[in-house]
Design a protein around this ligand. Structure first.
Ligand code: NAD
Ligand code: ZN
Length: 246
């Protein structure tokens, strides 16, 4: 059923174990491009398709090209001149958690903006650009270290290659993170899903663990799973959340 802000507010008012599950669309209003919208990364022309360039085998076999793409398209919005900031969707979700109504944010995003907004329980299914480790000695590095490096970023202790703690295509999801997300969804009385095309598995399959009757989908375009939602709102998620009172 298509609903408006008033009904969304009413559903939130009558819930106290809300879980939010989001994707790239949550951060577009912060200036970070998603993958599948018309101006998203998948509609730009590159030498290889983005799925190839963000795959584990490409990271291993074409490391320099991987980092060229990664720095330009994924780190620029975090480390560049105008770093992205949380938008009203991130901020309102953090407020709902502080008020004790929201129990967890599950995100496919790797930009760290939920934590920047103040959210504490965040399951980052696809990792984070903010964590990076030497593949030899496991020393940690901030994103800025990779961004500033020429070519392939190397560990300043042992000279090993550094890998972002981001789940690349062909790689598995962290099982503790996945289990935490599943538990949160199973216990939720309200599940809000926003800004995701729901096509990337296994993340998109999480929706099937929800057992309640308040599944709300907030997305700009229609998604592959609109029919399973109890309620849907089509619009910009930041604009929508900015009208919600906690
Ligand atoms: P997607 O690009 O496949 O889909 C984004 C969806 O959000 C689209 O359906 C679009 O209509 C919608 N959308 C865009 N802006 C919106 C807005 N302001 N309000 C409401 N809806 C909006 O993204 P996905 O489903 O998250 O899957 C893409 C994968 O890419 C994920 O695995 C994620 O890890 C990664 N990714 C992350 C970031 C990030 O960290 N910010 C950015 C791009 C891609
Ligand atoms: Zn090292």
């Amino acid at each position: 059923m298509e609903i408006g802000i008033a009904k969304l507010q009413d559903l939130i008012d009558h819930s106290d174990n809300i879980v939010f599950f989001g994707g790239a669309g949550v951060s577009t209003e912060s200036g970070i491009k998603d993958f599948r919208s018309v101006d998203g990364l998948y509609h730009m022309k590159f030498k290889y398709p983005p799925e190839t360039m963000l795959s584990h085998s490409f990271f291993v076999s074409h490391k320099e090209e991987f980092f060229d793409f990664y720095k330009d398209k994924l780190l620029e919005c975090t480390c560049g001149e105008n770093p992205a900031k949380p938008n009203p969707a991130h901020l309102k979700l953090a407020e709902l958690e502080k008020a004790g109504k929201l129990k967890a944010v599950i995100t496919q995003n790797i930009d760290g903006l939920h934590q920047a907004a103040g959210s504490r329980t965040v399951y980052e299914l696809h990792g984070s650009v903010l964590r990076n480790y030497c593949q030899k000695c496991h020393k940690g590095f901030p994103a800025s270290y990779l961004y500033k490096a020429d070519g392939i970023p190397k560990c300043d202790d042992c000279g090993g290659d550094i890998k972002p703690d981001v789940v690349l295509y062909e790689e598995g999801l962290d099982s503790d993170t996945m289990n935490g997300a599943i538990r949160a969804i199973m216990e939720a009385d309200m599940l809000i899903i926003g800004g995701t095309s729901l096509v990337v598995y296994p993340a998109a399959g999480l929706i099937d663990y929800y057992r309640g009757d308040k599944l709300v989908l907030i997305n700009y375009d229609a998604t592959a799973r609109d029919s399973v939602a109890n309620y849907s709102l089509h619009g910009k998620i930041g604009e929508i959340f900015s009208q919600i009172t906690v």
